[in-house]
Design a binder for this molecule. Structure first.
Ligand SMILES: *Cc1c(COP(=O)(O)O)cnc(C)c1O
Length: 855
């Protein structure tokens, strides 16, 4: 025998074993399928303790963890009395939470968003917009309000990020196995996964529907990745913000039209319909069609009803950030709608145009504005910016007169306050502090907490971050990078007593991540200072189509690899909610340097606030409202240069200055102690006076007070008695529109306006005679005083109403009068503005007819 071996080819049979959890562990499974665990540290901790290594391997996804437990491990858990008891406690706490009745005194809301950031394991978010929506659902649950949400389940989610040796961002999209996510398929009567049909103009698109339980709130996600669909329809929900314009059109059609039909199919109807960004604007189209086709309302009446119950939240501060669709593309998807609505195609597409009748593309935002009674930006400043941005939609009015309001974004406290911070607040603010989080008085007790204890908390959180980086992050990094030799140096060289500054967010160019790198010598002196060194952690993804953002990442990683910066400026890969939660709690200072006024709100700095991390930021977005002296640092909100590069250089200079002169000295001013008393003073102030105002509880209450409650009343009034008021409004609008052009301004008599004197006795007097023709609407006649806004436009200085002083018996002829005094000296531009007025209208923009006359 020479060859002493023999084997035939192996034929493997693949079998899949799935461990059926024993009854006592079923409770853990129930817990896993409700995202309540994401904001309850005791629950997360319970899962982690089931098998810490497996918890790491399964990326902190309890559903995956439970599926992967070995029989041995299960046996061990069943015999682990302490763990079993803990399971009971957590389960009971959850049951108690779930059993509270819904607060039905508050109006019910249907909420639509393209993305939701609920947990890093559910990759259906890309950044701040999504995290905000996720936090909103969690707070809706905690506040126990009747809210239901709709979105998409993306097969490939948002991408995972790695950075190549030469600083390139590598984006990988991994298909998600939906069976391993904390979501459940919605089933039909037969118990099979529901195949929901969404009618497109020439075909049906089929969806699976998944329910995510967020505490007491249900989020329904549509997913078109079904074999029944053609290839291109399967891809509708493959990627978040991926694909071409046609795919975006399909997504927005599906979210809007499909979303409304889905809620109907599930038997869910709500009072208020809330669009989180213009992506969801087409919900109005479907709701209009329903009122017309099912309730038999004329289009105009339907429009009144839909508007009275709709809110549009804009998150984008520049026109270029909105979605526009060209007529041909829009026609292919929405072409059949005008017929259903009983209007013409021209009328339909004009609802999405700033200037009706023009050849503009169809803007989802303008369509949203025209079909929602209310609209809002996401911070005070963004409200101002939004009014300017949308001013062209209502010619004849000044930006500052528009009804577009604001609600400043907030963050969900139990999600973003680290477990240690939560324990700290429980101890010092009372065990029920969560329910009182939005009251400043709740936080007053911080004043008396000994500095030692505050410093202990801060040190613990920093240690957690450093531990995370040197252990979990390193392991993850090695796993993702196949052990190649490129791990950032110095991960373990950051000392607990070194000032640590964090900067992490989407790498959009307006966020100016490069600002810090404007003067490398100066930066090198900062990080290499012998006694008072500073360390920087950076993280963030750039959208794969954003070359500029990717360039920034490359630039920063290249610099961070130079010898003088190695280990001192570190770029951490794959920024997601998990990494965010470590960073925003563990650094000392959270840095943000957006170009004013492009940061609509920003929320990561608010998350930092919840953990005693101090903000150093441009006075933009939320920080414009949040900043207090001695509670963090601000770069002024004044724009000095029109030229952005000059402004960037000036801002960079200011950042270095403030670091060198204020922030670093304060941090290291320890006077023999282990910490700086001055630093703790800043932390105290920021916890007491800033944190309470930027919680998601405050934000949700604001939405209710400013929008949902008034809309609910309005919606009821408009719909009562078979939509009587809606019909009345429509009649009024029709009459006014039909006779508006008959109205004539017969005579204007003005005195005192020609003078250039400063004599304070001079009174301006104005008389206007009007022939209303067939118009029956009441008129509002104003003297408008405008002044130069220094940017080539005008602002409203004063609007002075004229009084009706005389009229003919049939009130067709009317005389208006006012005596007034212009408030400020200087150059004024004055004109007369006549608008129709009715107490039935919620605000003037609702029917924006304007007639100007010269003095
Ligand atoms: C909070 C958060 C954001 C938003 O941060 P901004 O500072 O508002 O840009 C983005 N990404 C992740 C992962 C977050 O957790």
């Amino acid at each position: 025998m020479i060859i002493q071996k023999k084997s035939n080819t192996i034929v493997w049979k693949d079998i899949f074993t799935c461990v059926e959890l024993p009854a006592p562990l079923k409770r853990a499974e129930e817990l896993a399928y409700n995202l309540w665990w994401t904001w309850n540290p005791a629950a997360t901790n319970l899962f982690e303790r089931m098998d810490p290594d497996l918890w790491f391997e399964t990326d902190g996804n309890p559903v995956k963890l439970l599926r992967s437990l070995s029989l041995n491990r299960i046996d061990a858990l069943l015999r682990d009395a302490a763990w079993m008891q803990n399971l009971d406690e957590v389960y009971m706490a959850w049951q108690a939470y779930m059993s509270a009745p819904t607060d039905s005194s508050r109006p019910s809301v249907a909420y639509f968003s393209m993305e939701y950031g609920l947990s890093h394991v559910l990759k259906i978010y890309s950044g701040g917009l999504g995290v905000l929506a996720g936090d909103y659902l969690k707070e809706a649950s905690d506040s126990n309000v009747p809210l239901t949400a709709v979105g998409f389940l993306y097969r490939y989610g948002y991408f995972d990020q790695r950075i190549s040796v030469d600083g390139q961002q590598l984006a990988t999209y991994e298909a998600q196995d939906f069976n391993l996510l904390p979501i459940q398929a919605v089933t039909d009567e037969g118990g099979h996964p529901l195949v929901f049909e969404v009618p497109f103009s020439d075909r049906t698109v089929y969806c699976h529907v998944w329910r995510v339980q967020v505490g007491r709130i249900s989020l329904y996600l549509m997913d078109t990745d079904l074999e029944k669909n053609n290839l291109s329809d399967r891809q509708i929900t493959h990627n978040l913000y991926g694909g071409n314009w046609e795919n975006r059109m399909k997504q927005e059609y599906l979210l809007g039209i499909g979303g409304i039909l889905l809620l109907q199919h599930l038997g869910i109807s709500k009072e208020i319909y809330h669009m989180n960004e213009g992506h969801a604007a087409l919900i109005s189209a479907q709701r209009l069609a329903d009122y017309v086709e099912q309730k038999g309302l004329p289009f105009d009446v339907a429009l009144e009803v839909v508007r009275s119950s709709s809110l549009y939240t804009v998150h984008t501060p520049v026109p270029a950030g909105h979605d526009y669709f060209d007529e041909e593309l829009l026609g292919r998807y929405m072409g059949h709608f005008p017929h259903r609505l009983g209007i013409s195609w021209q009328e339909f597409i004009d609802m999405g145009r700033t200037t009706p009748g023009s050849s503009e593309k169809f803007s989802m935002s303008v369509f949203a504005l025209n079909t929602c009674q209310e609209a809002n930006g996401v911070s005070y400043l963004h409200g101002v910016v939004s009014r300017s941005m949308f001013a062209p939609v209502w010619p004849g009015f000044f930006a500052e007169e528009l009804h577009v309001g604001h609600v400043t974004n907030g963050v969900h406290l139990p999600t973003w306050a680290s477990p240690e911070s939560q324990a700290f607040y429980k101890k010092h603010l009372g065990t029920d502090y969560v329910s009182r989080q939005a009251d400043e008085s709740t936080w007053a007790a911080i004043e008396h907490i000994p500095s030692d204890e505050i410093w202990q908390l801060r040190s613990q959180l920093k240690e957690n971050l450093l531990h995370y980086i040197t252990h979990d992050y390193r392991k993850r990094w090695l796993r993702a990078n196949d052990g190649s030799a490129n791990l950032p140096e110095g991960l373990d060289c950051i000392g607990l007593n070194t000032l640590l500054i964090g900067f992490a967010r989407r790498f959009a160019t307006y966020k100016r991540a490069h600002l810090l790198f404007t003067d490398l010598d100066r930066l090198s002196r900062l990080v290499n200072h012998p006694d008072r060194p500073v360390r920087f952690l950076f993280a963030g993804k750039a959208h794969p189509a954003d070359g500029g953002g990717q360039g920034l990442i490359k630039h920063i990683t290249e610099i961070s690899r130079r010898p003088e910066f190695e280990g001192k400026i570190i770029f951490l890969e794959n920024y997601d909610m998990h990494l965010a939660s470590k960073l925003i709690a563990g650094v000392d200072v959270w840095l943000n340097t957006p170009t004013r006024p492009l940061e609509a709100s920003g929320t990561s700095g608010e998350k930092a606030e919840m953990n005693g991390v101090l903000n150093f930021s441009v006075l933009d977005g939320w920080w414009y409202e949040g900043y207090r002296p001695n509670a963090g640092w601000a770069l002024t909100d004044k724009t000095t240069y029109r030229d952005q590069q000059m402004q960037d250089r000036l801002d960079a200079h200011t950042i270095y200055d403030m670091l060198e002169r204020e922030i670093i000295p304060l941090y290291y001013d320890k006077e023999g102690k282990s910490y700086s008393e001055g630093w703790i003073h800043h932390i105290r102030n920021s916890m007491m006076y800033i944190a309470p105002h930027f919680t998601m509880r405050r934000m949700m209450d604001d939405y209710y007070d400013h929008f949902y409650k008034p809309l609910s009343q309005r919606q009821q009034a408009v719909s009562a008695s078979s939509y009587a008021m809606a019909s009345e409004i429509v009649e009024w609008k029709k009459q006014t529109a039909a006779h508006w052009d008959e109205m004539q301004i017969l005579r204007v008599n003005a005195s005192g306006f020609e003078l250039r004197t400063t004599n304070t006795d001079v009174i301006q007097s104005l008389e206007v005679e009007i022939d209303r023709g067939g118009l029956t609407a009441g008129l509002k006649v104003e003297l408008i005083v405008a002044s130069d806004d220094n940017q080539g436009g005008l602002t409203l200085a004063q609007s002075i109403p004229l009084e009706l002083v005389e009229q003919s018996a049939d009130s067709r002829w009317q005389k208006y009068h006012v005596d007034c005094r212009l408030k400020n000296p200087g150059i004024h531009r004055v004109a007369i503005r006549v608008t129709p007025h009715s107490a039935l209208l919620p605000h003037q923009m609702d029917f924006a007819y304007v007639r100007w006359a010269a003095l």
